[in-house]
Ligand binder design. Sequence first.
Ligand SMILES: Cc1cc2nc3c(=O)[nH]c(=O)nc-3n(C[C@H](O)[C@H](O)[C@H](O)COP(=O)(O)OP(=O)(O)OC[C@H]3O[C@@H](n4cnc5c(N)ncnc54)[C@H](O)[C@@H]3O)c2cc1C
Length: 367
Amino acid sequence: MSEHVVHAAAPLDDDVRAQLAETVEHFNANHADTVLLVARHVAGAESATDAEIVDVDTLGATLTVRAGGHVVAGRVDFTEPVRSAAEVQQQVFAAIGRARAEAGDTVPTTSLERELVTTASLPTFVTEVSSVRTLTPELREIVLSGGLDDFPSLGADQFVFVMVPTAEAPIGEHYSMADWRVADPKPLGAYYTVRSYDPGAGSITLWAVLHGHDDGVGGWAAGCVPGDRVAIWGPREGMGVPSDARKLLVVTDTSGAAAAAAVVDELAAFPDVEVDVVIETADGAPLPFPSRTGLAVEWCARGEAESGTSGNLLAAVRRRDLDPSGLVVFGAGESREMTAIRRYLRGDVGMSATAVHAIAYWRRRPH
Ligand SMILES: Cc1cc2nc3c(=O)[nH]c(=O)nc-3n(C[C@H](O)[C@H](O)[C@H](O)COP(=O)(O)OP(=O)(O)OC[C@H]3O[C@@H](n4cnc5c(N)ncnc54)[C@H](O)[C@@H]3O)c2cc1C
């Protein structure tokens, strides 16, 4: 006689939940269209117009779904119980596969599906630091050159994954993402915006926040010197400004200052778009920033508040009298601050998921 085992949903371990918080945030912020595809085709919410993942347990993910003016719950059941963040990720990708199989080719490919195809073929470049410059006590400009002549620049707002060797995890001259994936221990790694790419010099300029911790790529950035070897994987496109945008609001802390500047560069091709930028830095002093007609930049100071806790960015958004029509918002910064901004813009201002890109660039962790 066969025995049918029934599992009850249980909360995941606290560590796993903490790891997943960033992934869930990333899906909701950057891949709202993919979450919607899954809600419509797997989570029993065919008429959904908007969906967000709110919780993940051992047996599935719970969504809130907006459908016909109502907010209801949706549920993605996993095919087997999960315990780790990696298993959750596998189950989410499997759910996307099921949703796509059910939706067929008539439903447009979503952002995460496109990203999975793109990242499968991204190149890695081994390069080195050629110069460093202090922009402010919390921001260092790092120029990388050598081995970058074939860097496939995408234009304005693009980012790369920077891998930095450690004593236990070296980076050889032919290092690639394939090596990174299997390395144990791994080199340090984090995403950085390409502030600019100079094809003539074959160099890339980054702006790295010195976040006051010795560890991580930020710790390395604080002390790196010309000749230091790094590998970069990418580039990938950051915030692409939709061609029908009439007004762009950019809100960021120092980690997104390079991206904000790159977005303004990109808008040179759209002279009629009004651009309103809010940047929080430690002391509110301006950074080198592009200029254009129709651009307003508000620099605000974090003051005594710890990074990612001041609430300045949300307050600046709330102070504005925002008309959602033709408005696109790009936010970059600490995860919880970005969540608060996204909720306000979607819930109170009534902006659509596709017009709000409030992206978690980093997550504040107790040290
Ligand atoms: C698309 C994208 C583009 C980005 N572009 C840039 C960029 O141009 N410049 C840039 O500086 N960052 C950028 N970031 C953010 C950067 O990837 C994160 O800050 C990352 O956590 C740094 O990695 P780490 O190894 O130094 O620190 P981690 O190992 O992730 O964290 C170590 C400690 O530092 C803290 N911490 C991490 N980042 C910050 C921060 N910015 N401020 C205060 N404390 C912090 C963490 O809370 C933790 O306590 C970008 C992120 C994304 C997703």
